[in-house]
Design a protein around this ligand. Sequence first.
Ligand SMILES: Cc1cc2nc3c(=O)[nH]c(=O)nc-3n(C[C@H](O)[C@H](O)[C@H](O)COP(=O)(O)O)c2cc1C
Length: 239
Amino acid sequence: MKKLLTILLALVMVFALAACAGNTESTENNGNTDFSQNTEDQSATPSEEGNVSEESEQSGKTPDVNPDDTVSESDHDPEDSKILVAYFSATNNTEGVAQKLADGLGADLYEITPEQPYTDEDLNYGNSGSRSSVEMNDPTARPAISGSVENMDQYDVVFIGYPIWWGEAPRIMSTFIESYDFSGKTLVAFCTSASSGFGSSDSALRSAANDATWLDGHRFSADVSADDVLAWANGLGID
Ligand SMILES: Cc1cc2nc3c(=O)[nH]c(=O)nc-3n(C[C@H](O)[C@H](O)[C@H](O)COP(=O)(O)O)c2cc1C
């Protein structure tokens, strides 16, 4: 009888241990504050299939299609929108946020396209001789933009999106800001980054357009939800 009890006890312990082992997955912490490593994780492969697939590629999550989660769009007519979302995005992260913002606000969307596109080599921040490093080491660098916003006069509010490069807005954003007269307009910057906060990343832009009213900018992670982006925008007090 004693032997039988010992065997039963041993069996119970084996099952208990097996159950514990099964629960240990998903406790891993993937947080990483080293942007050089996070950047690789967040870089999106350009995709013809649109932003949802890029987001899901980056995050490994299934695209969120729950109708309850959809953003309530304003009744803004895009034909005569007074809000513009202008953005530069080298690896599509900022583009995803810009699209969510424009969709949610019924705003027009404008991509700041470099005349000379950035290659992977250009974006290599580990190389001090790469194009991005050289530009960011030179505050006067002004990479050329292909095309322009035809009717900037139409807009009262311009959102300005960019990726953080070495804690700042890429120099092409200065090219953009210096190309238009923003006086009397409301400007608000937003950015994506691997880990850096918004900080004073818009300070060069603010001083180049100091006749505008600048609102506080915001940093988003690449996989921010449309609801969160719109909640931020709606909290700015813009009509
Ligand atoms: C040249 C370069 C410099 C970067 N510097 C920073 C940085 O200082 N801090 C940070 O958190 N991420 C940094 N990153 C990562 C980008 O900010 C991040 O991947 C961003 O989401 C990319 O946006 P995009 O896909 O719209 O270009 C850098 C990336 C590049 C290419």
